[in-house]
Design a protein around this ligand. Structure first.
Ligand code: ADP
Ligand code: MG
Length: 376
């Protein structure tokens, strides 16, 4: 591979904002390497976040069509900002890789991301590769997790099996063999990441977007009966390949957890309810390893916003013990940039006409080149 600068853009299910990464890809000893040149985050306003979240329950077609174009302009601006932050100009950039924002995920029937590539190309004058998930779904796959190939090629360990656990709105794991070992990797959505915790916080504390530094959860006591009940959700027992989204872990799911907490412990405080959501989320991840991961994993590398919540990190470390849990930032670079880097890597593979999906991870019928090009 030759040296190439790409920009990756991600808007995750938690709808917190846009993550933009400028990355230089190169190779060392014939193995691909990614160097993060700059990372930039644009937080959504409360109104923007509401529109994105409402897109999946009941927005009109007119609103969706407009949101597609408006999000395209927000994404284009985020790309320009990260290019500037890297000290570059648009012509230094080979392409922008955009994931867009998922408004509907019902694989293997359908998946739909918005954030119009044409608008991004107009605004930046740079080639745009987007719509990565649809080809995998068309080939019978889950269209997720697509970070699996980057996890495997860029972030594997030298001599041991490793689990890379991303904790965004939804959480996903890639279990990857050591560098150079020719064994299939396993990757799937473990279930909720911060979606339930955020949802509980937002409905209990007006105006709070998430439990900053786990402050509420750390003061509460989880209600174990509710955690155990909630783990009976059939998604957790279903075997991979599998993927999920806000269609399942939605507002009514969140309301149900709150109701159960109040029924199980009269006088439950907000702190107790948030602690319950944290415990449930950690246990759901650890249970998935217990059920489905047979490889001799030696460390777990966590990334995504969930890795910034000390209450969740503590609960997860306890649930996974004695496996060591390490934060992605301590091993590679700012973990918030990881997914954006992974999509930039998919665009690089697109230009090389190389497959971006791992059929063992997504369940697709075969390897496929992912993405669609909108020329500058
Ligand atoms: N300082 C923090 N304390 C607690 N939670 C945090 C913190 N920073 C980020 N988060 C969590 O991370 C979430 C965003 O994670 P992110 O990886 O961007 O998710 P997604 O990929 O779904 O957009 C927030 O909604 C919040 O739950
Ligand atoms: Mg995000």
């Amino acid at each position: 591979m030759t040296d190439d600068v790409l920009v990756g853009l991600m808007s995750g299910t938690s709808a917190d904002g846009i993550s933009a990464a400028a990355v230089r890809f190169g190779a060392a000893n014939a193995l691909p390497r990614a160097k993060l040149l700059a990372y930039h985050e644009v937080e959504y306003s409360i109104a923007q976040r509401e529109r994105l979240l409402r897109a999946l329950d009941g927005a009109s077609l007119a609103n969706l069509a407009r949101l597609d174009f408006e999000l395209g302009s927000w994404l284009g601006d985020a790309a320009l900002a990260v290019i500037a932050a890297a000290g570059l100009v648009p012509r230094d950039v080979r392409a922008i890789a955009t994931h867009g924002h998922t408004i509907w995920h019902d694989a293997p029937r359908a998946t739909w991301q918005i954030g119009q590539s044409a608008v991004i190309a107009e605004r930046t004058g740079i080639d745009v590769v987007g719509d990565f998930r649809v080809r995998d779904v068309a080939a019978g796959g889950q269209g997720a997790p697509l970070v699996a190939i980057a996890d495997r090629m860029l972030f594997c360990a030298d001599t041991e099996w490793r689990a890379l656990q991303n904790i965004g709105g939804i959480a996903n794991v890639s279990v990857v063999p050591p560098r150079g070992m020719d064994a299939p990797s396993l990757a799937f959505d473990t279930g909720p990441g911060v979606a339930i915790i955020d949802g509980v916080v937002r409905s209990l504390v007006h105006g709070l977007a998430y439990d900053i530094d786990g402050a509420l959860a750390l003061r509460g006591a989880a209600i174990d009966a509710v955690v155990d009940d909630s783990l009976a959700e059939p998604y957790f027992a279903a075997a991979p390949p599998k993927s999920t989204g806000r269609e399942l872990f939605d507002r009514s799911y969140i309301a149900r957890i709150i109701d159960r907490c109040r029924a199980a412990r009269p006088g439950a405080t907000n702190e107790d309810i948030v602690a319950t959501a944290v415990s449930f989320t950690a246990r759901a991840i650890a249970d998935a390893y217990q059920r489905f991961v047979s490889a001799p994993v030696r460390d777990v590398i966590i990334s995504g916003g969930g890795a910034r919540n000390p209450a969740l990190v503590r609960a997860l470390s306890n649930a996974l013990a004695p496996l060591p849990v390490r934060v992605f930032d301590d091993v590679f670079f700012d973990g918030d940039a990881k997914e954006a880097v992974a999509f930039a890597f998919l665009a690089k593979l697109f230009f090389e006409r190389r497959a971006g999906n791992l059929p063992a991870a997504t369940g697709a019928r075969g390897s496929r080149v992912l993405g669609k090009l909108t020329p500058a």
